[in-house]
Design a protein around this ligand. Structure first.
Ligand SMILES: [Zn+2]
Length: 425
């Protein structure tokens, strides 16, 4: 492995050891800021890269705890002040020569799942397993962020050979599709001619690269709060209004939303909590649900129907209702020019044995929100997957074989830079 590749594996293992969940990535963001600035990048963070009004699914209590933890871990107060409670950052570097503005997106957050302690699990064997119970980089974002830093180093070293400008986006809270919307709404990706992003694994094995044409499901995550009226269930039941009963009716009703003739859809209610005690008319209910659609129109239909039912059920039961959007992603539309760049980049890698175009209607990816914003301003977007041998994302035994898969991803990113920004072109 060369200098950059060694460094990438080191960063990946460092991030892997100390995972941070969405919107709490203070230590990871601080490390990225420090590194980017040492390489000569101008770094923006806090509300320069996150529009607070567009933030979804951010728990202020968790954020506060994570900020304190970062402080104790030695993150300087000046850096925390710049972040202003919002994780993520963007590094920009200009060659000073006219050319394209090329953007890259890398995620920072981990998954809320504990890591395997099996001695066969590579992070355990090599001594870099998560030190935080219940949290693990089980989706490869540690590798993505590490590749981003390796790419930043390479660009800084090769600036004389390049033209145009580069913007590296380090995005918080991809899990639950919460962060990209706020980053897009900040305007940080406006003016990009190209946006590229990648993911480890997915349906691709070692040596295989998938280039997305369009796909992933559009999705909307909703948090629903019902507030009823408490009363003694035995002596004054008529004075109460049951939030629990309303929530149960709403949940079974949303699950019955008809399918849409124009494409696949999904609906799930993953969590319902309600009530206070056996003999109290339940005054509170809370549930978390999501809808998805193969097109924006299908997803919008599912969302509108769910909202109509949830609000309607509140009226039926005479209770109050509040619905919060906790996450959002669009269908990822890629541009043919970017697909061709990615195919060429991937095919130039000796370690890559197969390159194929793909589309998928499984899962969602919130980089689609950044891509949509970039494309709405006249830019183009591309996305690829670099394979590895994994047993399933978000599992305690997920692994990406960093010494093999990350150099491959890094090589493809370097090639993208050369294909879009080389002075020789
Ligand atoms: Zn992921």
């Amino acid at each position: 492995m060369n200098l950059y590749e060694n460094e990438i594996v080191e960063w990946r293992r460092r991030f892997h050891r100390v995972p941070e969940e969405g919107w709490t990535e203070f230590e990871t963001t601080a490390a990225v800021i420090e590194r980017l600035e040492s390489l000569g990048f101008a770094v923006k963070t806090g509300t320069d890269v996150i529009n607070p009004e567009a933030v979804m699914g951010r728990n202020p209590t968790l954020v506060k705890e994570a900020e304190d933890r970062a402080r104790r871990a030695g993150v300087p107060e000046t850096v925390l002040r710049r972040m202003a409670g919002f994780t993520g950052c963007a590094g920009e570097i200009d060659t000073g020569r006219p050319g394209k503005t090329v953007g890259f997106r890398f995620e920072l957050d981990c998954v809320v799942t504990g890591e395997s302690d099996s001695p066969d699990h590579p992070p355990v064997r090599e001594g870099f397993a998560s030190i935080r119970p219940g949290l693990m980089h089980a989706c490869g974002h540690d590798g993505h962020a590490a590749v981003g830093l390796g790419l930043a180093h390479w660009i800084a070293d090769h600036l004389d050979e390049l033209q145009g400008r580069f913007v590296l986006l380090f995005q918080p809270a991809e899990e639950g599709v919460r962060g990209a919307g706020a980053m897009a709404a900040s305007g940080i990706a406006d003016g990009l001619d190209y946006l590229f992003a990648a993911h480890a694994g997915c349906e691709f094995g070692p040596g295989e690269v998938g280039v997305l044409t369009h796909g992933f499901l559009a999705t909307t995550k909703l948090d629903v709060y019902y507030e009823g009226i408490p009363a003694h269930a035995g002596s004054d039941p008529e004075k109460g209004r049951s939030a629990l009963a309303a929530a149960c009716q709403a949940v079974t009703s949303v699950l019955g939303i008809p399918r849409h003739s124009e494409g696949a859809s999904r609906i799930a209610v993953g969590r319902l909590v309600a009530g206070e005690g056996r003999n109290v008319v339940p005054a509170h209910a809370f549930f978390q649900m999501e809808v998805r659609g193969a097109t924006q129109a299908v997803n919008d239909f599912m969302t509108a129907e769910a909202v109509r039912i949830i609000e309607g059920m509140a009226t039926v039961y005479g209770i109050r209702c509040r619905i919060e959007k906790a996450g959002e992603a669009a269908v990822f539309e890629c541009d043919e020019e970017c697909v061709l760049i990615l195919e060429k980049a991937a095919r130039s890698m000796p370690a890559v044995s197969s390159v194929r175009r793909f589309t998928t209607e499984r899962g969602s990816e919130d980089c689609s929100m950044l891509a949509r914003r970039v494309r709405s301003k006249g830019g183009k977007a591309g996305y690829f997957c670099f394979g590895c041998r994994h047993c399933g994302h978000h599992r305690p035994d997920f692994d990406i074989q960093d010494t093999v898969s990350l150099p491959e991803a890094f090589g493809i990113f370097v090639r993208i830079v050369q294909l879009t920004s080389s002075r020789a072109v």
